[in-house]
Design a protein around this ligand. Structure first.
Ligand SMILES: [Zn+2]
Length: 500
């Protein structure tokens, strides 16, 4: 136990892990129970197990995908700041209809094709400041585990083999199916009879019921060379089974939290619960379900035909930095649809600028340099929250990012005179919040986001200024302006910013 100064006076804190917190657990809405529930470690466990459905690697991920991954990253970081050790597992879907079709169209093997898109996904994640999951299992690397789970389901009477060697999950055999999406499946007609109650010709129907889904798909000519041997003949796993098999392999039959976009809630997540609970006979697959809402672009649904499935590269080409994209993606509440707009990206730029200016002022009073602020260890040794204790509490309540940011701006606008110690406490608190949100400041300093010619011109201008050749420095500044870049000079260096 220790005491530190918070915005509302002295707050009792518990030492949990590396950080000190205000002693409150994070509370999050759970899709299954529809309740707000605290996130905590199960008795006897030292790590918080978190499984997130990952990308299907057949092309670049779009901002809708990245909103989900970025919100999951904020949740993980918030748990870490709260002192929990998180084991984050996010799979790679590298075999399904889309990846097979994509590989064939590109004239590549499935391995080469999915490797290329996995690498692109990783590069985008890095640019957006997403922490790397501790485990990133791939579906292709877990075929035996998927077969073993399907075998268990067949043995337990929850799955059946069709005439063509495909295996289906028998939804009616699973008590409680529909509990996550809150749909009642007990009254569904089966495909064995039609709506008039007449028997259908069994040959026409591989599945016994319309709601049954494929666990194993028998080999088809269009699969090319992408098939594996199984007890039911050659084929490939269905999409849903991979997440059940990989979460079981890396987190066990039950774990703490499962995340994904709301579109995955049904059928994918419902099927994951059914598969795992029926195969293991253990109830309570994931203790908590974290779903993030849809993303709209300029008020419209994202679709290929509308041309609004933006990738990170496309937004960077429009002159926005990945950090501005990150800010725009997390600025809305995770349970509300986010309307992603170019105006929102411009707002993100000005918001980040405002935070940077506020931090610069605090650094001055605290006697720190910008470089020291960007080194996490400086913040980690600081235990206080300063005037940002309330902003942190707001974030801890249902991951309320917009509320937390609102508090941050209120505190940064407060013109009270601060002592050096108070400014240091503020920086400690704000630094931890910025870590949780994954917002990295001062990133526009001649870095990879500026093209090489701009970086070179900036360096030449800085050298000219140092040599007191002001005519040359002026000329180079004009050249930079024409290229759309501005240099902001400081005592010991400069920032390079894209002009708005
Ligand atoms: Zn999944």
């Amino acid at each position: 136990m220790t005491y530190f100064y918070g915005g509302d006076g002295f707050i009792l804190a518990h030492r949990r892990g590396f950080y000190l917190t205000a002693g409150m657990p994070i509370v999050l809405h759970d899709t299954l129970s529809r309740e707000m529930r605290p996130l905590s470690l199960k008795a006897g466990k030292s790590t918080f197990g978190m499984y997130c459905c990952g990308p299907t690697v057949y092309g670049p991920a779009h901002i809708g995908n990245f909103r989900t991954f970025t919100l999951q990253d904020v949740l993980r970081r918030t748990l870490e700041v709260d002192g929990l050790k998180v084991k984050h597992v996010r799979n790679i879907t590298d075999v399904d209809d889309k990846t097979i079709r994509g590989a064939q169209a590109a004239g590549q093997t499935l391995t080469d094709f999915t490797k290329k898109w996995t690498e692109k996904f990783h590069a985008d994640c890095k640019a957006l400041g997403l922490l790397t999951p501790q485990v990133e299992p791939s579906a292709v690397a877990h075929i035996p585990q998927q077969i073993a789970m399907i075998q268990a389901l067949v043995e337990r009477g929850h799955a059946y083999v069709s005439k063509d060697g495909s295996v289906y999950f028998k939804v009616h055999s699973c008590k409680g199916y529909g509990k996550l999406s809150h749909i009642d499946f007990s009254k569904q007609e089966t495909q064995a009879t039609n709506s008039a109650g007449e028997a259908n010709d069994a040959d026409e129907y591989e599945r016994e019921s319309a709601s049954d889904f494929a666990l194993w798909k028998s080999r088809k000519p269009e699969d090319g060379n992408n098939f594996w041997p199984s007890p039911w003949g050659e084929g490939r796993p269905g999409w849903h089974i991979e997440c059940s098999a990989m979460s079981l392999a890396h987190l066990g039959a039950t774990f703490d939290l499962h995340g994904g976009g709301i579109d995955l809630c049904f059928p994918h997540h419902e099927n994951e619960i059914a598969q795992t609970e029926c195969a293991t006979g253990i109830n309570g697959f994931a203790a908590h379900w974290f779903h993030s809402a849809h993303l709209l672009v300029e008020g419209e649904k994202m679709s290929k035909s509308k041309g609004n499935l933006f990738t990170l590269d496309e937004l960077v080409a429009k002159g926005f930095s990945p950090m501005e994209v990150r800010y725009a993606l997390i600025a809305g509440h995770y349970r509300t649809s986010l309307n992603f707009t170019m105006k929102g990206l411009e707002d993100a730029r000005s918001a980040l600028g405002k935070i940077e200016r506020g931090v610069e002022k605090l650094l001055q009073v605290a006697g720190f340099t910008k470089a020291e602020f960007s080194v996490p260890t400086v913040m980690e040794t600081q235990t206080a929250w300063g005037r940002f204790a309330h902003a942190w509490e707001v974030l801890q309540h249902d991951l309320n990012i917009p509320g937390c940011l609102g508090q941050v701006f209120t505190m940064l606008a407060d013109k009270s005179e601060l002592t050096e110690a108070q400014a240091r406490h503020d920086l400690s608190g704000l630094g931890k919040i910025l870590y949780a949100l994954g917002l990295v400041l001062f990133t526009e300093v001649a870095g990879p986001s500026a093209p090489a010619n701009v970086v070179a011109l900036a360096a030449q201008r800085w050298a000219a200024k140092q040599a007191k050749d002001f005519a040359a420095a002026d000329r180079l500044r004009k050249e930079l302006t024409e290229l759309g870049w501005t240099m902001l000079d400081h005592k010991d260096g400069y920032d390079l910013k894209k002009s708005v």
